[in-house]
Design a protein around this ligand. Structure first.
Ligand code: C5P
Length: 293
């Protein structure tokens, strides 16, 4: 966490959450789906800044600012602040949060969830009020099924409805390219559109992947069980995956979450050049690249 001691400004990268694999293994009576997912957090994300202010304030800027609820009470960042204060038994903190929205919204890479989780971490640091781990986890879960995993931006295996977390394998040094065709996909609609809900779990995970080849071999044995349903709702996802297919430097590609964002894994040295070429070929798409971990 970056601190500026003069202005007491705290700044954090709210990393994108990428489901390298996403198996849907069942459904609970309340309708929520059971998942088995390998999650990674590349060095690509929104920026969240916190500083003291006269009262609680949220500013939203950045390329996707217009696509989200700004000061409305339904914004996940403001919900996180209020829920944190209630849990900690303190008044609502007088802070200004500035969100620089760089990730596309409703895009399967957990942007809103990561913003909320990052806000909780910033509030802990600002107030010195560190909640017990279980309390923080439950608070995060009350904000959304993907928020707990975003509290720990490192490789994780996520099960249950997203609430059962275990450390994931160490990932190799490698690059990742993210593409979103700038079409929002509704997560509940994709879940509803799935034809099969009780699929096999992920194969056993090793403790580490030593190379892009090893990671690719493992991921080839896995699936994203939401991908077909998402492609049928948003055929442009198929075009994104085809664009990855034609670049031989992309070792592996798949959709993340409920889409429409897809990821491609490559050697780190190739990531920026692949991004540049894809941008030229597809100026209407959102494309980002960086280190996978
Ligand atoms: O928890 P969150 O608000 O992120 O979930 C959005 C929607 O996605 C839920 O209302 C639910 O319809 C669906 N969902 C699901 N199973 C999950 C997570 C989300 O069916 N494990």
């Amino acid at each position: 966490m970056a601190h500026d001691t003069q202005s007491a400004l705290r700044v954090e990268l709210a990393r994108a959450k990428v489901n390298l694999a996403l198996h849907v293994t069942g459904q609970r009576p309340d309708g929520y789906h059971l998942l088995d997912s390998l999650v990674a957090f590349p060095q690509i994300g929104d920026r969240v800044a916190l500083e003291p202010a006269a009262g609680l304030e949220l500013r939203v800027e950045g390329p996707f600012a217009r696509d989200i609820d700004g000061p409305s009470d339904s914004n996940l960042i403001l919900k996180a602040v209020r829920a944190f204060a209630e849990c900690a038994g303190t008044p609502v903190p007088k802070v200004r949060l500035t969100l620089t929205k760089r990730l596309p919204v409703a895009s399967g890479i957990g942007g809103g969830s990561s913003d909320a989780a990052t806000t909780l971490r910033l509030l802990e640091d600002y107030s010195g009020n560190y909640l017990p781990e279980e309390t923080l986890h439950d608070l995060a879960l009350s904000l959304g099924a993907d928020v707990p995993v975003c509290l720990y931006p490192e490789p994780q295996r996520m099960r249950g409805i997203g609430d059962e977390l275990a450390p994931g394998p160490q990932l190799p040094v490698c690059g990742i390219v993210l593409i979103n065709p700038k079409v929002g996909v509704s997560t509940p609609d994709v879940f509803k559109n799935m034809s099969q809900r009780d699929n096999p779990a992920m194969p056993e995970l090793p403790g580490r992947f030593n190379s892009v080849v090893q990671l690719t071999e493992y991921l080839s044995e896995c699936r994203n069980d939401m991908q077909d349903a998402a492609v049928s709702l948003c055929p442009e996802i198929g075009n994104v995956l085809s664009a990855f297919d034609v670049d031989s430097r992309i070792a592996f590609s798949r959709m993340s979450g409920s889409g429409a964002t897809c990821y491609g894994v490559c050697e780190l040295r190739d990531a920026m050049d692949i991004e540049r070429q894809l941008r030229t070929a597809h100026p209407g798409w959102w494309i980002a690249s960086g280190s996978l971990s």
